[in-house]
Design a protein around this ligand. Structure first.
Ligand SMILES: [Zn+2]
Length: 388
């Protein structure tokens, strides 16, 4: 590999295997999740052994971020290398979900692909820079964060602690440069009726039947409105029904019906505009349909993210990729949401690059070891170029 910084593949594999073998299931997603405490302790010790300054940042009881710093000699730009330490539930997995076994160049186990492979790339990159006696001018920060799979407590806390000039997030991208991802919003739509005995058609107002008009609106958005707006990397906006409830009993007109929905949207759209879209529809229906009454409520939102290809950190990543891989990089967008939106909102330009594999949140999960090494080499080069 024509990289200045030779990756120690044995050491990087060891890092990855040890992290996968430590259970860090997010307790927000699985009631029996043990959380990130043990893997944070392992990362703390590993960063110390690499000669970095390290501290914990508490994000919830026994769920700390690990923040490490390689102090620069001064005059350079600072860089954050970051990824999440939590993994999703193992309930659907067969065998030992944390065995970390290696077969045919793949390392298996929950979190190997999402995203301890990316964390191993970061550690492998730093180990390579250390082995080469690299002296950074700007600070190199490592941020290993909790809770990305649920509420992102980790990155929310991290951006209050440090303000690097740029960041590389190592979520899995199949060794492509990711420059955009979607946002999402959870909303509750409620229709209101009037409870009455099932025989009293002259008194009752059926809230569940009223919900059909809002369900129709979902179909209209999906089949007509959202078709027109296509992003080159992210497809289109989308909305779907998630959960529905209503009704009081078989012989009673339902007084209320609630529908929870999810929007996934392009970076140029915001949750406020989506709420307004629903409010306008409700206002129209209220004028045209007798006894129609409904409300819309925003429950949770996370914005999308996009960074220009001309941005300095993207250019740095592009050049490092070309140099190490001896080919031009492919650019991609992630349909799923990532922590980069929080960093973007905090004013930290962020680019995403991580290894390939399969089985994110699935019954069998693995990461390709060659990709982990390639990402480590690209990240080492990009880091050296950026911090000077
Ligand atoms: Zn992830």
């Amino acid at each position: 590999m024509p990289s200045r910084y030779a990756i120690d593949t044995m050491l990087t594999t060891q890092y990855l295997q040890q992290m996968v073998q430590i259970d860090s299931v997010n307790p927000g997603l699985a009631a029996d999740g043990v959380g990130e405490g043990a893997v944070a302790e392992w990362l703390y010790q590993t960063c110390l052994a690499l000669g970095l300054e390290v501290e914990f940042q508490e994000t919830a009881p026994n769920r700390p971020n690990v923040i490490a710093r390689w102090v620069g000699t001064g005059g350079g730009k600072s860089l954050l290398l970051t990824g999440h330490t939590d993994v999703v539930s193992t309930a659907n997995m067969q065998g030992n979900p944390f065995d970390g076994r290696i077969e045919d160049g793949r390392l298996y186990g929950r979190g190997s692909y999402d995203m301890k492979g990316g964390l191993a790339s970061i550690l492998g990159a730093v180990a390579a820079l250390k082995a080469d006696h690299f002296q950074p001018a700007g600070d190199i920060w490592l941020g290993f964060v909790t809770d990305e799979e649920y509420l992102s407590l980790g990155t929310d806390a991290l951006v209050t602690a440090i303000q690097p000039d740029a960041a590389i997030l190592t979520e899995p991208t199949d060794v492509q440069i990711c420059v955009a991802h979607k946002g999402f919003a959870w909303l509750t739509l409620t229709t209101y009726g009037l409870a009455a005995h099932g025989s009293r058609y002259m008194d009752g107002v059926d809230a569940i039947t009223h919900m059909q008009h809002l369900l129709n609106m979902i179909t209209t958005l999906e089949q007509q409105v959202f078709e027109d707006d296509l992003h080159p990397l992210l497809g289109r906006n989308s909305v779907h029904a998630s959960l529905i409830s209503g009704g009081l009993g078989l012989s009673t007109y339902p007084d209320q019906c609630s529908l929870q929905i999810e929007h996934r949207y392009l970076p140029d759209l915001g949750a406020d505009e989506i709420v307004q879209l629903w409010q306008d529809e409700i206002d129209d229906l209220t004028k045209t349909i007798p006894n129609f009454k409904a409300t819309v409520k925003l429950d949770f939102e996370r914005p999308g993210y996009e960074i220009e290809r001309a941005a300095p950190i993207v250019q740095t990543m592009h050049h490092a990729f070309s140099q190490v891989m001896e080919t031009e990089p492919t650019y991609m967008g992630m349909y799923a949401w990532l922590d980069s939106a929080i960093m973007g909102r905090a004013g930290i330009p962020t680019v995403i690059l991580g290894p390939g594999g399969k089985g994110m949140h699935a019954a069998v999960e693995y990461v390709n070891l060659e990709d982990v090494f390639a990402c480590a080499a690209i990240i080492a080069q990009a880091t050296a170029d950026w911090v000077g």
